[in-house]
Design a protein around this ligand. Structure first.
Ligand SMILES: NC(=O)c1ccc[n+]([C@@H]2O[C@H](COP(=O)([O-])OP(=O)(O)OC[C@H]3O[C@@H](n4cnc5c(N)ncnc54)[C@H](OP(=O)(O)O)[C@@H]3O)[C@@H](O)[C@H]2O)c1
Length: 280
């Protein structure tokens, strides 16, 4: 399905996966509505996209998804400028305080994680369905960026709140899909594994040693890999829902089993790829 005439609202669009999805969908000439808290980053991204794609329509709003009133006002305001919202990419989210166990977390970090990953995730959905009129139109797609942690709970100690919030997103996705029976609204889950974005640095409080230990020996995804997966899901026709898609680094066999020898074997992998290239 062409995304050319589609209007796509992306939460958490100022960097990482959300920004990569914006860039990917700009290539398809979708009209973009970009939400995040950082107005400056959104402005830079919007300028970049409009310079690269003549005539591309990009709307930005500095919105904290934890603030239901701000979010619903922003969607009400935007809907007066675009005729409709065809797609919500529900992507804003974060993990804080790892590797602390639950009782050792700062209470504010718990509030921010649940406020963003649970409340904000539902507020964005609610605003697009109601103020954004997706429910009244009975057409559209809600693509929830959840996580492999949402399914593989309980994974490892240290991220009780983040993992619980992602499991909640999975449950919400499944129930909403059934509640919207009788409409042509698709509700999909895109579950990334480890992606090298600000997320993992922030997750461990920007502690370089913890970050390096977590990423040791394997190649994580980059945000563009997840954006390609999102474009694949959105590109299906009305009849087909890619209901859920796990996109993970090959070395991430599960949340507990990482192939830390992946990089060591890289030379062999490169040599084989080159010999195939030569043979073609
Ligand atoms: N990276 C991974 O390995 C990974 C794996 C699985 C799932 N995910 C999920 O993918 C999504 C995106 O993560 P990412 O890797 O792209 O992280 P990121 O690079 O840190 O980007 C997170 C985005 O969310 C926005 N955001 C955070 N809190 C917000 C709030 N309260 N209101 C509005 N926007 C907010 C941030 O913008 P501002 O700071 O400007 O608001 C930013 O644009 C998250 O839901 C995350 O749980 C990531």
């Amino acid at each position: 399905m062409s995304l050319k005439s589609q209007t796509v609202l992306i939460t958490g669009a100022s960097m990482g996966i959300g920004a990569a999805i914006a860039r990917r969908l700009a290539n398809e000439s979708a009209t973009l509505i970009l939400f995040a808290r950082s107005n400056d980053k959104l402005s830079v991204l919007s300028k970049e996209l409009q310079e690269r794609h003549t005539g591309l329509k990009v709307y930005t709003r500095a919105v904290d998804v934890q603030d239901n009133t701000a979010l619903s006002n922003a969607v009400s305001n935007i809907i007066q400028q675009v005729s409709q919202i065809d797609v919500l990419i529900n992507n804003a989210g974060l993990a804080l305080g790892a590797p602390n166990a639950f009782p050792d977390l700062e209470i504010q970090d718990i509030i921010t994680m649940t406020g963003t990953n649970i409340n904000g995730f539902m507020f964005a959905t609610y605003a697009v369905l109601n103020q954004g009129k997706m429910k009244a139109r009975g057409r559209g797609t809600i693509l929830n960026v959840t996580s492999t942690t949402g399914l593989e709970v309980p994974p490892f100690p240290g991220e009780a709140v983040y993992h619980a919030s992602k499991a909640c997103q999975e449950a919400f996705t499944n129930v909403l899909r059934t509640e919207l029976t009788g409409t042509d609204i698709k509700v999909l889950a895109l579950r990334p594994g480890v992606v090298a974005t600000n997320f993992h640095e922030q997750r461990v409080g920007y502690d370089k040693q913890s970050y390096d230990t977590f990423m040791k020996g394997f190649e994580p995804l980059v945000a563009e890999d997840v954006a390609d997966a999102a474009a694949f899901m959105l590109g299906q026709g009305d009849r087909v829902s890619v209901k859920a898609l796990d996109v993970v680094p090959t070395a991430q066999r599960s949340l507990q089993v990482f192939d830390r020898e992946w990089n060591e074997r890289g030379e062999g992998r490169r040599a084989e790829a080159m010999s195939v290239d030569r043979a073609v």
